[in-house]
Design a protein. Structure first.
Ligand SMILES: *[C@@H]1O[C@H](CO)[C@@H](O)[C@H](O)[C@H]1NC(C)=O
Ligand SMILES: *[C@@H]1O[C@H](CO)[C@@H](O)[C@H](O)[C@H]1NC(C)=O
Length: 451
């Protein structure tokens, strides 16, 4: 994985590999020594590389489900590569350029014809057995379409509007995931980049669902990653599957004059259909919480989230999220990795809500009574027994409360697994392996921006 990122970007990338016992109590590792280090320079002779003259920004990588094709989205081009030898193209490339008139409009609106007014592929994932779905910025007028996986050609049907599925600005954070033929995306919904949204569409059975445009819901977010956790699996409560989103945003809840960024985890339930009067076509299950990666005794806290990798377990209860965090200590860049178990994240969403108090103009723990069914929760068996079979049937009291209380009081807490000064970690992949001693280890593959 790291090999592909390094070689394909043409970026000078250092790949670090660390090994951690997955069971042991985790003492902090300051500037730990990687088990293996791969320098981009050293890798030039020994590793397969891929790059086409005149094509830049190989930023989307997607392995097909059967792992026989590595799909790559770049600037105005898509590729199908052999994962065992990425220098080999399995099919001729797809050129998907924004047309000249769109590029001209983009320039007239003040964007750069050198860097911005192109079609940057920002989404590329399997849709079903025969097709992929892809979105590009299309010179600041995002568009999406299907790709025939066998022939590796763009669909001949008209391009779909990419608004809300793909950012306008190629430099902005974005994440998306296709779950059961529905696309969940977290992006900026307008040309100016001032309307953040987490939305769902593509599905036949549901209409499009969105977050509210309220600063309490999303406040200048920088979206980083998303993940599906199939929490309905073996659930005695009849729980629903959930889609998790990871991002940094400007915190409203901190009493500071300066702008403070915090890392967040948010989630929605897959079966959410919105409310029928309140929160119509809006998530009734959008909840978010702070992702805390810190060493309280040293007053060290990491607030900027760079990347997240979701490591599945034997079943969903074993899911672990690994996050890369950044901070600056004076002039020194510091990177850290923190890990969160799904059970700890769930507990935060089942805990107290935060509330804005008009009188003191501060956010604090909500201690009043909570309506029933519990706001922000998925529909479960006990709700069904009370006659609530879908979010459309939820009472206004529950929905109004959910709308006003998207933020949880407690944080998902973790101490850094490792912490390194003078390096920017950029990418992370984690593999769980069994060692010769029969113990389970997590192997962390980390890409950096240094060479
Ligand atoms: C595209 O790549 C170039 C260098 O290859 C880089 O300067 C630029 O920031 C990249 N743009 C985006 C939107 O990633
Ligand atoms: C880390 O990234 C920041 C900006 O994101 C940059 O200013 C800095 O030079 C980078 N540090 C290293 C060690 O590459």
């Amino acid at each position: 994985m790291g090999v592909c990122i390094g070689a394909m970007g043409g970026v000078e990338v250092l790949l670090l590999v660390f090994l951690f016992g997955s069971e042991t109590s985790l003492a902090l590792n300051w500037n730990p020594v990687p088990r293996k280090t791969v320098r981009y320079q050293d890798s030039l002779d020994s590793m397969a590389k891929f790059g086409i003259q005149g094509v830049f920004n190989y930023s989307m990588l997607t392995l097909s489900e059967h792992e026989r094709v590595l799909y790559v989205g770049a600037r105005e081009a898509l590729f199908a590569l052999d994962p065992n030898d990425i220098s080999r193209q399995l099919r001729p490339q797809i050129d998907w350029q924004a047309p000249m008139d769109k590029k001209r409009e983009c320039v007239i609106k003040g964007k750069s014809n050198q860097t911005e007014c192109f079609n940057y592929i920002r989404f590329l994932q399997s849709y079903n057995h025969t097709h992929l779905y892809t979105c590009g910025t299309y010179a600041f007028q995002p568009k999406c379409t299907y790709v025939n996986a066998d022939y590796f050609t763009l669909s001949t049907s008209p391009l779909e509007d990419g608004k809300g599925k793909c950012p306008y600005d190629p430099a902005k954070g974005h994440t998306g995931i296709i779950v059961d033929k529905e696309l969940y995306s977290a992006t900026l919904n307008n040309f100016l980049g001032t309307e953040p949204v987490i939305q769902r569409n593509l599905g036949q059975q549901h209409y499009s669902m969105k977050t509210e445009y309220l600063p309490a819901w999303l406040n200048e977010p920088d979206f980083v990653a998303s993940a599906l956790v199939r929490e309905s699996g073996g659930s005695k409560e009849g729980d629903d599957d959930k889609i998790y989103f990871f991002f940094s945003e400007r915190a409203l809840e901190l009493d500071c004059d300066t702008e403070v960024t915090v890392a967040r985890v948010a989630r929605v339930c897959k079966g959410d259909l919105g409310g029928s009067r309140t929160l119509q076509k809006k998530w009734t299950t959008f909840q978010k919480a702070r992702l805390d990666c810190s060493l309280p005794e040293r007053h060290v806290s990491f607030n900027s989230l760079q990347a997240v990798f979701t490591l599945p377990g034997q079943d969903w209860r074993g899911t672990t999220f690994f996050g890369i965090f950044h901070a600056q200590w004076g002039d020194v860049d510091v990177s850290a990795v923190c890990q969160y178990q799904i059970a700890d994240v769930k507990k935060v969403f089942e805990g107290s809500y935060k509330e804005y108090r008009e009188a003191s103009q501060r956010w604090g723990r909500y201690s009043g009574s909570v309506p029933s069914p519990r706001p922000g929760s998925c529909i479960t068996n006990s709700d069904r027994e009370s006659g609530y079979n879908s979010s459309l049937q939820l009472p206004d009291a529950t929905l109004n409360f959910a709308k006003k209380h998207p933020l949880m009081e407690d944080k998902a807490l973790a101490r850094p697994l490792l912490l390194t000064k003078g390096v920017n970690f950029t990418r992370l992949v984690v593999d769980r392996v069994t060692g010769l001693d029969q113990r389970a280890y997590n192997v962390l593959f980390i890409g950096t921006g240094t060479n």
